[in-house]
Design a binder for this molecule. Sequence first.
Ligand code: FAD
Ligand code: A2P
Length: 276
Amino acid sequence: DQRPVTQTAAKPATLPDAQTVTEVKHWTDRLFSFRVTRPASLRFRSGEFVMIGLLGDNGKPLLRAYSIASPAWDDELEFYSIKVPDGPLTSKLQHIQPGDEIILRPKPVGTLVLDALLPGQRLWFFATGTGIAPFASLMRDPDTYARYDQIVMMHTCRDVAELEYGHQLVDSIRQDEMLAELMGEGFADKLIYYPTTTREDSDTMGRITDNLVSGKVFADLGIPPLSPETDRGMVCGSLAFNTDMKTVLEGFGLEEGANSDPRHYVVEKAFVGDGV
Ligand code: FAD
Ligand code: A2P
């Protein structure tokens, strides 16, 4: 039958690469996280990102890059998102609810993967804002703990409320019985969490760059300064943050690596924008 098929308005268009939202949590008026079903065929390395989105008003997919925040062993996929008031995608995405569908292109890529680093003793995660998302995945990957003696998560936001997702995540990792079983008792002691704020008073304050250069973070944690012999780093934030972090890490003698050329640190933008 070659007759054209007429679609009725009542029938919702089926999304290409559709996945179903299973949970949504709003953290602040600028931040939310959500979980979706995982395509059975999707394999990814913790730290990678995929393209996700919704159908735009023109009926075409409106997609943006998103770091997968859940670990590779999880049945579902988790994302941690900004809400940009006039953002083409997030002005809509922030209203999703369990049962809704989103588009997810199952082609994970990215530089923030363990294989892009040389072996070392201590792995540092440096993130601002939603840049914590890839590390939310890596912090829950047993391979991270198998490869390093210590993992230091430095996360900086303007205010305390913006740190809450990371706080709860670290708490949940430390209490996770399944991870403890996989990793052995005491694995959680390897994870050091160093959250700071810059525009609201909190226990520990200051930009990541400043706390590294001044030596405050090393003094606070009682660990030696960064060295290419022992330390590896992953950076995820605004372009301005990433650029400044490169200068800081190179100042400690660390060199930038890539999937094809593993070295001491790797960098990925948390978003493309007017960060400078
Ligand atoms: P856009 O038109 O895309 O952005 C509008 C403006 O909002 C940008 O110019 C920028 O100034 C600002 N902005 C965008 N994203 C952010 C952000 N995350 N934090 C602060 N300001 C921002 N976003 C996430 O929320 N979570 C992620 O895990 C994530 N992972 C990414 C990974 C990569 C590799 C890249 C390149 C981007 C990632 N982004 C992430 C940003 C994301 O792709 C979109 O830009 C974001 O969802 C906003 O989409 P939008 O269409 O609403 O607005
Ligand atoms: P600050 O408040 O001093 O600007 P934003 O919300 O603007 O994306 O910033 C998120 C966090 O990243 C803020 O705490 C901000 O500190 C910090 N930050 C922004 N730019 C840089 C940078 N170039 N180097 C280090 N930290 C930065």
